[in-house]
Write a protein that binds this ligand. Structure first.
Ligand SMILES: [Zn+2]
Length: 211
């Protein structure tokens, strides 16, 4: 990836690219608690990162790469901690979102303070799956995350992630969704499914602004 674009993006946001931490992203559900010694590192074997603000981490950011998978942003205003997860279909059925919330609670967050933003990803308009994968989703999240049109079956990631957040105890008013489909919005987003042979990647970033 061309990191010059990343640097521009971070500068625009007022964040330090040099102090950002990224995840290897292996489509699993492990997470890593970021510390100040991780500045500039890519953490292997994880799809989610958590960071608590302190004197030594106050200029740090989290970054993941996406191109149809879902970026999930977590924020606790009171405990001043942030999380970022890369959730493709395996991460979603592996309940990575719940794992992050429960770890935030362990780190001192109150459930009522946790905010979740579900970023742009491939929508139920375009995420066509075979019956075996649909079955896995309906087992984990219920039948109503499955959308049937004609003889095709689609999965609604927003429905899965919203249900999981509510079930773990996150307040409904603290959950927001981008509600855009990366496959559809071809003038705005890259999409792995739309261009499987030659797709670009986007980054999702959450961090503490340098003030
Ligand atoms: Zn779509």
């Amino acid at each position: 990836m061309d990191v010059s674009n990343q640097k521009k993006f971070f500068t625009t946001l007022g964040l330090s690219w040099e102090h950002a931490v990224s995840a290897e992203q292996i489509h699993a559900n492990a997470l890593h608690i970021v510390s100040s010694s991780d500045k500039g590192k890519c953490i292997s074997g994880v799809d989610a990162l958590l960071l608590q603000k302190s004197e030594s981490t106050k200029d740090m950011s989290l970054m993941i790469r996406i191109a149809d998978c879902t970026p999930i942003f977590f924020y606790d205003t009171k405990n001043t901690s942030i999380g970022l997860a890369h959730a493709g279909w395996k991460g979603i059925v592996g309940h990575i979102e719940k794992a992050v919330v429960l770890r935030m609670i362990e780190m001192g967050s109150r459930m009522s303070d946790i905010q979740i933003a579900i970023g742009p990803h491939i929508g139920p308009c375009c995420y066509h799956v075979e019956a075996d994968r649909a079955h896995i989703f309906s087992q984990e999240f219920g039948e109503d995350v499955i959308v049937k049109r004609d003889s095709n079956v689609f999965v609604d990631f927003d429905a899965c992630l919203t249900r999981e957040a509510l079930e773990v105890g996150v307040d409904e008013k603290n959950i927001v969704r981008a509600n855009v489909c990366t496959y559809h919005a071809n003038d705005t987003f890259f999409s792995c499914r739309r261009n499987p042979k030659n797709f670009g990647e986007m980054i999702a970033v959450l961090g503490f602004a340098i003030v």
